[in-house]
Write a protein that binds this ligand. Structure first.
Ligand SMILES: [Zn+2]
Length: 231
């Protein structure tokens, strides 16, 4: 694990990531960095390419990593199939407010479900949430877990959930090629951001915000990349 510390503000904030160590240089020199501002009038429409979700109810381990809290599945057979390739679910976390913008505007929270195929190529499913009714009881329980583990790197908790608990009904998406949004911001990462936001209550959001508020890398230049939208 890389021992160089980084942050979301100050001397080790996003503008400085590329200068903290050689491994992080791509934050400055990369041409396919994330997140981006998704502009709806500049999208290329495509027929929906096969994207299938294979998630199950599972025990997830919650722990603090660097500047956020991450959830790791127990079951190693779940994930997504995209264009015929299976990507195993590795972990998930969230950012407040959203990292990807839509027409220059942020959403209250964005979840990142990080997947990897057998060639170690990553695919991240991004899910925005807007304020609304609770979709289920999972977010409230998870917010409490975030609260408990954040102060102590040694602390772990477990929770029963399915990634399906976080997803909207409609699964149309935006897609582009980008990078991780935390150092080292490695590229060749397939981004799938669901078009329809799911919902979170203001109360649950406030609990998460106390822990991961401001965990956002500013949007990066497109450098000619194409962003597509599925039907
Ligand atoms: Zn993320």
């Amino acid at each position: 694990m890389n021992q160089v510390t980084w942050d979301y503000h100050g001397e080790r904030g996003p503008e400085m990531w590329g200068h903290l160590c050689p491994e992080f240089e791509i934050a400055d020199t990369g041409r396919e960095q994330s997140p981006i501002d998704i502009q709806q009038d500049q999208l290329q429409k495509i027929a929906k390419e096969p994207l299938a979700f294979h998630y199950i109810k599972d025990t997830f381990t919650i722990k603090r990593i660097e500047n956020s809290v991450h959830a790791f599945p127990t079951d190693q057979t779940q994930g997504v199939t995209y264009k015929g390739t299976f990507y195993k679910l590795f972990a998930f976390h969230a950012h407040i407010p959203s990292e990807h913008l839509l027409n220059g505007k942020e959403k209250p929270i964005e979840w990142h479900f990080v997947h990897e195929n057998e060639n170690q190529e990553k695919l991240v499913i991004g899910v925005w949430m807007e304020f609304g009714e609770a979709m289920n009881a999972v977010l409230q329980e998870l917010a409490e877990d975030f609260n408990k583990v954040f102060p102590d790197f040694e602390q772990q908790r477990t929770i029963q959930l399915s990634v399906e608990d976080f997803l909207p009904k409609e699964r149309a998406y935006y897609h582009y090629m980008g990078s991780l949004t935390t150092p080292p911001t490695l590229e060749n990462l397939t981004w799938i951001v669901l078009k329809e936001p799911a919902t979170i209550t203001p109360a649950d959001h406030a609990t998460f915000e106390k822990i991961i508020g401001g965990t956002v890398r500013p949007v990066q230049p497109l450098h000619g990349r194409t962003v597509v939208e599925s039907e």
